[in-house]
Ligand binder design. Structure first.
Ligand code: ILE
Length: 126
C-alpha cells in the first residue's frame, strides 16, 4: 500500500467534540495531523482531510455507511463497516465501496477509509 496508518488515537466524550490524532506514512514519509468533529469517525476524517489537502489530493464523498456484526454475535464481536463513496476523479468516477473489519466499530470505519485513501493515492500516481 502507498499509505499506511502508523498511529491513530480517537477520543470521544459526551458534551465535548471528538478528537483524533493520526500519523500516516505516505510514500515513505510520516505525516501527522489532528482533527475534531461530530463523532470519532468525523474527527478522523477531518484529520485525514488536512493531510490530503497538503498533498493536493481530493477525497471522494461519503454516500453511505453501514456497520454490522455477524448474526448471533455478542458485544465482543468483530464489526464490519462498509462505506460507499462517490467520486468525480478520473479512474474513480461514480460509486464504489470499501470495507473494514475491527473489534472497535470506529476503527472498522477507519480501515475502510484507509482502503479508499489508498485507491485515491494509487490513481493520483497514474
Ligand atoms: N458522526 C459519526 C461519527 O463520526 C458517524 C460518521 C455518523 C459516519 O462517528
Amino acid at each position: 500500500d502507498h499509505a499506511q496508518l502508523l498511529a491513530c488515537s480517537v477520543s470521544s466524550s459526551i458534551g465535548l467534540e471528538s478528537t483524533a490524532s493520526i500519523k500516516i506514512c505516505l510514500h515513505g514519509e510520516p505525516l501527522t495531523a489532528v482533527g475534531s468533529g461530530n463523532g470519532g469517525f468525523d474527527a478522523f476524517n477531518n484529520a485525514l482531510a488536512k493531510i490530503t489537502r497538503r498533498q493536493g489530493l481530493t477525497l471522494p464523498r461519503l454516500a453511505d455507511y453501514e456497520v454490522r456484526i455477524p448474526k448471533g454475535g455478542r458485544t465482543d464481536a468483530l464489526t464490519e463497516c462498509t462505506i460507499t463513496w462517490t467520486s468525480a476523479e478520473p479512474g474513480l468516477e461514480g460509486a464504489f465501496k470499501t470495507r473494514g473489519v475491527h473489534a472497535n466499530q470506529v476503527f472498522a470505519a477507519i480501515g475502510a477509509t484507509m482502503r479508499m485513501f489508498n485507491l485515491v493515492v494509487h490513481r493520483s500516481l497514474q
